[in-house]
Design a binder for this molecule. Structure first.
Ligand SMILES: Cc1ncc(COP(=O)(O)O)c(C=O)c1O
Length: 396
């Protein structure tokens, strides 16, 4: 049987990095390829306690259908926390619960994108977002970054020369994959350029509370006075990725359209897990929990930075992120990190080659991503020593 797959889906090629990820089936392989918090930091006992209570006292509510917009107590608690603590959201905005930040990205794209519209993103950027954009038939244009985030001179060039740009997608804090944070000045410039060219901004911010040092930088959404910024938040990196609880804060008109898309997507986000998060927020101190997570993750980030210093070829550069889960390494210009990652795989370590995060996956990329939250301290040391050996062979 020949299946007539929709053209914009048929155009999406299975990624070459899948080959590299096949090695993860081998338990001896040290995975630096993940994007999840340290398992030791998940609030297991607290969730067990609340979960038992929900099924003892509110089982019927947890087992019935819920509202598409989300479980009301969770919406209210999230709205209050984001507004009071981070100045995110205005009276013209609304908040809905989504099935992870990933669903905010896809519902917003589905709401806004006609086939052939352009989305501008950072180069490199989060693979889950790029694939969501592709799946709705968007054209992608990436703008290079430096240590302060997306370069605004290059962004303006793209905005001035590209038709039908609908929105700019950024991960301004502890970016995936680079770990970089966009400076305040750049955030202001970004908002100005978005106004000048009348495009929206999708601010994807799942990592910002995992800050290990340095002063917090205000979100772009907190500087938005006209409903130009759509904010994608998530409990994945601060509570649990498996629960799949995210949220979107945006102007009511956009939210209302996204709700229609969500009704035909998953009707609503899993109610039991929404109730778990709401009760966690009521009963426990999320900020204290995040502070504990930061302590744990900072130790691992420091261990990885020390191991990079100790084992990596001096021609290789790497970011020093103030938070988040990733370090981004760059080989000297012209070297293909995909080939290096294949060599690293032979040494039983998995990293993600940079072309996975590129708009053009077939172009040579000299960067690759390493995660420090999942491996143990011992595994970080061993993995970096093996990567260092692979670099020696590769750069020879
Ligand atoms: C930048 C970025 N955005 C969004 C997500 C999606 O996270 P979730 O759907 O678990 O909230 C991730 C996950 O890794 C991410 O790195």
């Amino acid at each position: 049987m020949e299946y007539k797959i929709a053209s914009h889906i048929a155009e999406m090629k299975p990624s070459a990095i899948r080959e590299i990820f096949k090695v993860l089936a081998d338990p001896k392989v040290i995975a630096l390829s993940a994007g999840e918090p340290d398992a030791a930091s998940l609030p297991k006992e607290e969730m067990a306690e609340i979960g038992a209570e929900i099924f003892a006292n509110e089982a019927a509510a947890a087992l019935q259908y819920g509202m598409t917009e989300g479980y009301q107590p969770l919406r209210d608690l999230t709205k209050k926390r984001m507004r009071e603590k981070y100045n995110i959201g205005t009276d013209d905005d609304e908040l809905i619960i989504t099935t992870g930040g990933q669903q905010t990205i896809s519902l917003f794209t589905q709401t806004m994108i006609d086939k052939g519209d352009t989305i501008i993103c950072e180069g490199p950027s989060f693979i889950g977002a790029l694939n969501a954009f592709r799946s709705f038939g968007a054209n992608l244009k990436s703008v290079p970054m430096d240590d302060e985030g997306m370069r605004m001179d290059k962004l303006e060039e793209v905005l001035a020369t590209t038709e039908r740009v609908k929105f700019i997608y950024v991960i301004p804090t502890f970016q995936n994959p680079t770990g970089r944070t966009m400076s305040l000045e750049r955030r202001r410039q970004l908002l100005e350029l978005a106004k000048k060219y009348d495009v929206l901004i999708l601010e994807d911010n799942p990592y910002f509370e995992l800050r290990y040092e340095g002063e917090p930088v205000p979100t772009i959404k907190s500087m938005d006075t006209e409903g130009r910024v759509v904010y994608a938040g998530s409990y994945s990196k601060v509570l649990s990725p498996g629960m799949r609880i995210g949220y979107c804060i945006a102007n009511k008109e956009i939210i209302n359209r996204m709700v229609v898309c969500k009704q035909v997507s998953d009707v609503h986000t899993n109610l039991y897990f929404q109730m778990l998060v709401a009760k966690y927020l009521e009963r426990f101190d999320l900020d204290a929990h995040i502070a504990d997570m930061c302590k744990l993750h900072k130790e691992k980030r420091d261990a990885m930075l020390n191991a990079c210093e100790k084992y990596f070829d001096k021609r290789v550069t790497y970011t020093h992120p103030n938070g988040g889960l990733f370090i981004w390494c760059e080989l000297p210009e012209g070297y293909d990190s995909f080939k290096l990652c294949q060599l690293i795989t032979e040494k039983k370590v998995a990293c993600v080659p940079g072309n996975a995060f590129s708009v053009d996956e077939s172009a040579v990329c000299n960067g690759f991503r390493m995660n420090f939250s999942k491996p143990s301290l011992e595994q970080i040391e061993t993995a970096c020593a093996r990567i260092g050996e692979a670099m020696q062979e590769f750069l020879k």
